[in-house]
Design a protein around this ligand. Structure first.
Ligand SMILES: Nc1ncnc2c1ncn2[C@@H]1O[C@H](COP(=O)(O)OP(=O)(O)OP(=O)(O)O)[C@@H](O)[C@H]1O
Ligand SMILES: [Mg+2]
Length: 374
């Protein structure tokens, strides 16, 4: 077992002037499950391959435990990688696939058999050990690929989108199995996905990358509650956080016909940048519905508080419903998503009046995108 450290690790592909991974700094704890997530092309696989030794490191360093592995060949790093396409040998049985790396390493037959059988038991593969990969389901193949990594008892597991070939239901099941297995084995794991739900449900911590740059590394809870910038705010959470540019007023921000209080520090730092607006973020579950007739809390005595959202589509999920609507905020038509009670959803075409719940508002600088609120 071991820690993993990316120390300002940079990769610039030949012929490119822009780093694919730009001074990546992450310290991963012993036994931790760290998920790298971000949109296509943000540098997730490159980061993982740098740790595996499959990609050169052009700047900075990578350490596993106290060992500087920056320029070590893959075989000397004591890691095992699980790829998206599993890369099983089609002509070998499951048992031979799982034991292959040990055989190459010269481990004796009895010991290989023992390790393969142990791993097969953990992975529920015992009855398939004599089969060829083509006679297995996608999920079983995926588990063989895991088994091949487990038998090597590496210091670090690396996984690059290992579930993306599975259908939606199996992906959810296997996600839980992998996370559970990792916790039992306690092996430090770096896991790559572009799926933020996978990241949030599996990781002890999640690292969000964009354009080769680390945006935030945090626990799923903190990532959701305190996104560090507009990018993370919009990327983490489904449906996504509502992000709207609004004018700054005395003591807060003007959200339709309401003033929503915002900390003085947030407003001061916006003003220091010369901004006259901030971008506020409200999660769909953090809007309160207000009475359309009353004007309590409204800036205008003829109009209800908050903003009026015209309901375009209602998504009913049983317990919850999501209203997809449009509203005029800050002089612009904006798409707004509001979570409502699943048993009491509004009709299409109707109008809801909503205000952000106090204390649940995220405030970002419109110019730099950085988080201004606590
Ligand atoms: N061998 C290569 N040569 C040159 N550029 C590359 C190479 N591999 C990747 N890149 C570029 O580096 C950037 C990061 O690629 P990378 O494969 O790490 O992205 P990713 O986050 O894994 O994306 P995806 O979710 O699509 O797998 C991209 O802009 C990509 O085009
Ligand atoms: Mg990739």
């Amino acid at each position: 077992m071991a820690t993993v450290t990316y120390d300002k690790a940079t990769r610039i592909y030949p012929g490119s002037d822009k780093p694919a991974v730009d001074q990546l700094d992450i310290s991963i704890e012993d036994g931790e499950f760290l998920v790298l997530v971000g949109p296509s092309g943000c540098g997730k696989s490159t980061s993982l391959r740098m740790l595996a030794g499959l990609e050169d490191v052009d700047g900075g360093a990578i350490r596993i435990g106290d060992r500087d592995v920056t320029h070590l060949p893959p075989k000397d790093r004591d890691i095992a990688m699980v790829f998206q396409n599993y890369a099983l040998y089609p002509h070998m049985t499951v048992a031979d696939n799982m034991g292959f790396a040990l055989k190459i390493a010269g481990v004796n037959k009895a010991e290989i058999r023992q390790k393969v059988e142990d791993a097969a038991r953990i992975l529920d593969l015992t009855e398939y050990l004599g089969r060829k990969p083509k006679a297995l389901s996608g999920g079983q193949r995926q588990r063989v690929a895991m088994g091949r990594a487990i038998v090597r008892e590496p210091q670090v597991f690396l996984m690059d989108e290992p579930l993306s070939n599975l259908d939606a239901k199996l992906r959810v099941q296997t996600r839980t199995q992998i996370a559970g297995l990792q916790r039992r084995l306690g092996i430090t794991t770096v896991y790559v996905t572009h799926d933020q739900v996978e990241a949030m449900t599996m990781g002890d911590r999640v690292a969000v990358l964009k354009d080769g740059l680390l945006q935030q590394v945090d626990s799923p809870r903190n990532m959701y509650d305190r996104p560090a910038n507009l990018f993370v705010a919009g990327f983490i959470g489904s449906p996504a956080m509502n992000l709207v540019e609004v004018p700054i007023t005395d003591g807060g921000v003007k959200f339709g016909n309401s003033v929503v209080p915002v900390s003085r520090e947030a407003l001061t730092s916006a003003a220091d940048k010369g901004d006259r607006t901030v971008t506020v973020g409200v999660r769909p579950e953090h809007f309160d519905l207000v009475d359309g007739a009353g004007s309590a809390g409204s800036l205008s005595k003829d109009a209800p508080a908050g903003v009026a959202v015209t309901v375009n589509v209602v998504e009913e999920l049983g317990a919850d419903g999501y209203v997809y609507g449009t509203a005029e905020v800050g002089g612009e038509q904006k798409d707004i998503v509001v979570r409502v009670d699943g048993r009491n959803v509004p009709a299409k075409g109707s109008v809801l009046h909503v205000v952000p719940r106090p204390g649940e508002l995220h405030v970002f600088s419109t110019s730099s995108g950085e988080r201004l609120s606590d």
